[in-house]
Design a protein around this ligand. Sequence first.
Ligand SMILES: CCCCCCCC/C=C\CCCCCCCCCCCCCC(=O)SCCNC(=O)CCNC(=O)[C@H](O)C(C)(C)COP(=O)(O)OP(=O)(O)OC[C@H]1O[C@@H](n2cnc3c(N)ncnc32)[C@H](O)[C@@H]1OP(=O)(O)O
Ligand code: FAD
Length: 647
Amino acid sequence: MPANTMNEDLKRERQRCSFDPKELTYLLDGGEEKTEERRQREKFFLDDPELSETAPSDYLSHKEKYEHAVKKACIVFKKVQQLQAQGKAGMQNFREVLGGQLGSAILRDGNPLGLHYVMFIPTIMGQGTIEQQAEWISKAWNLEIIGTYAQTELGHGTFIRGLETTATYDPATEEFVLNSPTLTSYKWWPGGLGHTANYAVVVAQLYSQGICHGIHPFIVQLRDEETHLPMPGFENVRIPWNYMLMKNGKVLKDGSYVKSPSSKLTYGTMIFVRVVIVQDAANYLRKAVTIATRYSAVRHQSHIKESAPEPQILDFVTQQHKLFPQLATYFALHYSGAWLWDMYNNVTSELESGELDRLPELHALACCLKAVSAADAAQGIETCRLACGGHGYMSCSSLPITYGLVTAMVTYEGENTVLLLQTARYLMKAWQNCLDGQPLTPSVQYLNSVRRSFGGVYHKSVPWIIASMQRIAAGKIETAHRHMNDKIKRGVNSEDAWNETSIELVAASEAHCKAFIVETYYNSVQQIVPSVSQQLGKALTELCELYAVNTLLKNIGDLLRYSNVTTGDLENLQRWLEELLAAIRPNAVGIVDGFDINDAIIASPLGAYDGNVYERLFAEVSKSPLNAKPVNESFHKYLKPLLKSKM
Ligand SMILES: CCCCCCCC/C=C\CCCCCCCCCCCCCC(=O)SCCNC(=O)CCNC(=O)[C@H](O)C(C)(C)COP(=O)(O)OP(=O)(O)OC[C@H]1O[C@@H](n2cnc3c(N)ncnc32)[C@H](O)[C@@H]1OP(=O)(O)O
Ligand SMILES: Cc1cc2nc3c(=O)[nH]c(=O)nc-3n(C[C@H](O)[C@H](O)[C@H](O)COP(=O)(O)OP(=O)(O)OC[C@H]3O[C@@H](n4cnc5c(N)ncnc54)[C@H](O)[C@@H]3O)c2cc1C
């Protein structure tokens, strides 16, 4: 590949961008200094020859991939320790140091230590007493032990009250006896459980004095710390009394049970991970849209006008309609994720002082935001793949693997439909409170105002769109509530009525979440615009408008059903969408440049900063061991005899 050449199209794109991409980078990182720190950190990891890929891991076997990942995770751990020694990494900023983008670039096929950091340590922090934290956290943090989070069983993932593993307290020995007596009670899915972890937080039904007290977390040793040989299976495994994490519910040494202030505090780690997933989904989406946008600026094909040269595919308005909403969705999820992270931290500190009032609202928001961000990011990444035509299908484009990672988010940490139904429970209660004139929590306040006014004359503004989306959400919530109650009045029991109404409940929950995202995104941009250059402010506003208009237009049916919008208003919205695509077009490459994603993290010949797409693609396929010899052995072994036999 010619050294230091920059694709001419990308050069032109960069010249025409109306703002300085660096300004966007600093904004997203939280300041120039933070950007510099991040870049240094990335360099520190990515320039390490031991961490850079010699050959793409696609060509390794399953076993080799695992071994390769363990090796890299250990190198990364040592490097994190070096940073710690320099005061540049600690528990507080661990997510920044190795979270999402950087971590997943180094450990492309999965991180064998991921669950240790994302769930094992957070569970001990959230569910352990001070003494238990003192005993386990430093061991875990220093990797003297490796843990995982073993909740899901072969038979149950969603319905955790149905878990079969039991932990029965024996006061005579002051131990818990753990049992997974059936095939369906086998712990199944926990990350790192197979070969990496030697400890786990095991979620089991607690029995004491003959009574079941529901599910609780226990620390269980899985493998010998020296030999790494597995401990005997989960049949009458004895663990000491203080291996039950007892910050919330506890068993006293005599076997009496002390209830937690709320049984749902046991579910705290799940809320934490759901909150983290929103940001993570956003980051994967911005990587995919960076790849697809740069590629679309470099790729020329077909004609808009027969007389003109083949255009950049980014000039097709349908291509813009595929990609620019994904750019905007990144920002929408980023700001909603940041908002949720703040709420999570505030509510968590309230919980520490025994205040539980805001837990249901946090749970309702974390559930629907996790579900919508995972689904929208997955769909957005797939759209980016399709937007890259055949080259997007190649695994070296990084788009298929990115989609694979994000579509898993739809299922793990609470399957999306199930989580949306959790939010719907909250919304049904909120609507009843609204009807009864009871106070409403901030995220559902809009129900009161929407109940009072059904209409609202179209004007070209995001606040009008927010009001319309709230109207749709309130309409769907009201419809689901009414239909469910009609069934109950006709004699259907409430559980069956819930199930029979669940399609509408899920739709209500999604609509509520979308309205929340648009409002949060708009409020964030309103706050940011005065502090940035006029050009960047304009670009950010256009993206926010695009997200709002596009989201509303995707729900035309609902808009017609729940508001007094006219067909003329819809035509105005469509025109506005097209204007926004045209306005964003000159800035598209500048925006993805502003994400400032290192080429090694992009890891795609289609999306590198220099835009040398074809040269990089060619270099990439040359790495395949299949292309090392001109004739593959299978020709002599199988094809040739077959061809001969036909002659
Ligand atoms: C050296 C190398 C270094 C590497 C370092 C790497 C470091 C990386 C650092 C950062 C990386 C950042 C990026 C990371 C990205 C994230 C990757 C994560 C990977 C995770 C993998 C996946 C793990 C899992 O999947 S673990 C298993 C998760 N399982 C679930 O989520 C189960 C889903 N089911 C449930 O949650 C529940 O059962 C339920 C909610 C569906 C129903 O529960 P239930 O039946 O008991 O309840 P009810 O329906 O009866 O409701 C009762 C009542 O309680 C309320 N409720 C329910 N849940 C909660 C809750 N969590 N909190 C509060 N309240 C709750 C419910 O609403 C009801 O309320 P009512 O008032 O209506 O009664
Ligand atoms: C990549 C990956 C990593 C994972 N890592 C871990 C881990 O580290 N630790 C761990 O403990 N677990 C882990 N899991 C398990 C994960 O949390 C569960 O798979 C997830 O919670 C979904 O549960 P399930 O598999 O039982 O799905 P099911 O509940 O069986 O879902 C199947 C279908 O049934 C529907 N359904 C189920 N219940 C309801 C309901 N009440 N109402 C309406 N529809 C319903 C769902 O919507 C879905 O369509 C992981 C899973 C994956 C895919």
